[in-house]
Design a protein around this ligand. Structure first.
Ligand code: MG
Length: 157
């Protein structure tokens, strides 16, 4: 078994869709970034790469690379899964948490978990996605951005 941890944060900006775990969440502002800036999927990718000691999302999918401009992060997750499997591991389970002052994410968490589970070839019961409020504290509490953290467990295939 190998454990991995991933953490990410992106700024919120008007005029972008808010994509979390591959799900579009209705909101006047979305996350800023080179790809679709799906902060949850980015944290998950970093956890997967970390568990297999395969580097970081920034090394694997550089934001200077025009191929990744506006790309769905689910495609980066597909490639990450391929790398992890090529290294001789399969994903056992995922736990993740999004820290967002707004919008209310509870109605969307199930869809995020199901979407990520499907991309990883896992049963929905192997993926947990939670959300927490920063209770008004700091930059996240001022709704300047959204952060996410993920942990994964890999097992030898
Ligand atoms: Mg990111």
């Amino acid at each position: 078994m190998r454990i991995g941890l991933g953490s990410d944060a992106h700024r919120l900006r008007a005029g972008r869709p808010l994509v979390l775990g591959g799900v579009i969440v209705p909101h006047p502002r979305g996350l800023e970034g080179h790809s679709d800036a799906d902060v949850l999927t980015h944290a998950l990718i970093d956890a997967l790469l970390g568990a297999a000691a395969l580097g970081t999302i920034g090394e694997r999918f550089p934001d200077r690379d025009p191929r990744y401009r506006g790309i769905s992060s689910l495609l980066l997750l597909d490639e990450t899964r391929r790398l992890v499997e090529q290294a001789g591991y399969r994903v056992h389970n995922v736990d993740a948490v999004i820290t967002a002052q707004e919008p209310r994410l509870a109605p969307h968490l199930g869809a995020m978990a199901r979407t990520l589970a499907a991309r990883l070839g896992l049963s929905p019961s192997a993926v947990s996605v939670k959300a927490t409020s920063p209770e008004g504290l700091g930059a996240l509490g001022r709704t300047e951005g959204i952060a996410a953290q993920a942990v994964v467990l890999l097992e030898e295939a």
